[in-house]
Design a protein around this ligand. Structure first.
Ligand SMILES: *Cc1c(COP(=O)(O)O)cnc(C)c1O
Ligand code: SF4
Length: 376
């Protein structure tokens, strides 16, 4: 059994399985609990029942100390607000077309070589901006054993799939006993080389990353990659850092994906702090998602032009590998695109203008279109 030190708060960092179930059960799930904690007003609590009907509440225990200390970047992510009931005409229940590209329940196959397998719609934290908020948290949407079998039939038949992406919901909110057969089945797919796990666990339920879990990953016999969803530097508590460390030390490449969120990380300083911390933890920033047009999430969106300016501001200020790509999912489901600041622009047959990431200065450079080179 591997047990680590006790944290200053006396929260056990013991990675014994079962510990995480206790931590999970200490999350706040009812509006009345939020009132008791002083996170919402008594008046609001009643109205929040309507919010909860659409999308459950779970304020993870891991965020509570920070929230109690007044950290708005944590509170905004997980404490429900009445604004979630404000819908704009352009907002959608299925903003990126998960269903349109779903050949069998629980599976989305949009790109030939990769498929998403949504093993559960439960999570250890219900993030108020979630783009799958109309599916997530509803236990009726979970894949049963039969659903899983049908999904694996599809995966077996589609030998063009090289990578299976476990997502949801949060795949790591399942117990080892539920995950083990999934990894066992993945081992049987000879055309699949990579298993990717999209998860919020390292910061919302850090205790979940146990040696036993790593052993479950190894059962697939595949290259297992973890993409951890982390939005604010304050999520990186000592316990969360230790959780990420266990993955990296366990030989798992860990990438980070974030969502650009108003009031959470929509400033140069917030992004620089987040990405500097991540690379210090040996976690590589992968994607910064522009929030999808999910219903009831308008209070989280910043203008796309501002998102672009923020990303542009990172280059020249951070190590190249600490800079994520700004990503947008085209509404309707035709794919993810990289929204790039323009560093190079062609202005004539042989002329280019380059913008310096150091001081913004433009340099005009002559590059011949084609080298007509004859050795004679
Ligand atoms: C996001 C997504 C992927 C993964 O895309 P990457 O660019 O490889 O991270 C795969 N399939 C679907 C349907 C997706 O939405
Ligand atoms: S953990 Fe992921 S899937 Fe679950 S609510 Fe948060 S963003 Fe959505």
């Amino acid at each position: 059994m591997s047990s680590e030190k006790m944290s200053s708060e006396g929260t056990s960092l013991d990675t014994h399985p079962g510990n995480w179930a206790r931590a999970l059960s200490k999350g706040l799930i009812e509006p009345v609990q939020l009132v008791r904690e002083g996170l919402v007003g008594q008046q609001e609590a009643h109205a929040l029942d309507a919010v909860k009907d659409v999308f459950d509440i779970r304020v993870p225990q891991a965020f509570l100390a920070g929230i109690r200390a007044g950290d708005a970047t944590l509170a905004r992510q997980v404490v429900p607000r009445l604004e979630e009931l404000v819908f704009l005409p352009e907002e959608l229940e299925d903003p990126i077309g998960d269903e349109r590209f779903s050949p069998v329940e629980g599976l989305t196959h949009r790109y030939p070589d990769r498929a998403l397998l949504k093993v559960t719609y439960q999570c250890a934290s219900y993030c108020r901006f979630c783009f799958r908020r109309y599916k997530v948290s509803d236990a009726d949407n979970n894949l049963g054993a039969e659903g899983l079998e049908r999904a694996f039939e599809y995966l077996r038949a589609h030998t063009e799939i090289r990578e299976v992406i476990l997502t949801g919901g949060d795949p790591l909110s399942l117990t080892d006993a539920k995950l083990a057969p999934v990894f066992q089945s993945l081992a049987g797919l000879s055309h699949v080389a990579i298993v990717r796990i999209h998860t919020r666990i390292p910061t919302v339920l850090p205790e979940r990353v146990t040696p036993e879990l790593l052993a479950v990953f190894r059962r697939s016999g595949k290259a297992v990659w973890v993409v951890a969803h982390i939005n604010a530097v304050s999520e990186l508590t000592d316990v969360a850092k230790a959780s990420l460390g266990r993955l990296v030390d366990g030989g798992i490449p860990v990438l980070a994906q974030s969502v650009l969120l108003k009031g959470v990380n929509d400033s140069h300083e917030a992004l620089v702090a987040l990405y500097r911390s991540l690379v210090t933890l040996r976690v590589v920033p992968y994607y910064l998602h522009y929030p999808d047009l999910a219903r009831g999430t308008n209070h989280f969106r910043v203008p796309l032009s501002r998102a672009l300016a923020l990303v542009r501001g990172l280059r020249g200020n951070l190590s190249g590998f600490a800079i994520p790509r700004l990503i947008l999912d085209i509404p309707g489901g035709t794919g993810k695109i990289v929204v790039e600041p323009e560093w190079a622009r062609q202005t004539g047959p042989q002329t280019w203008v380059f913008t310096s990431p150091v001081n913004g200065a433009e340099t005009v450079v002559n590059y011949p279109e084609e080298q007509s080179f004859s050795p004679e």
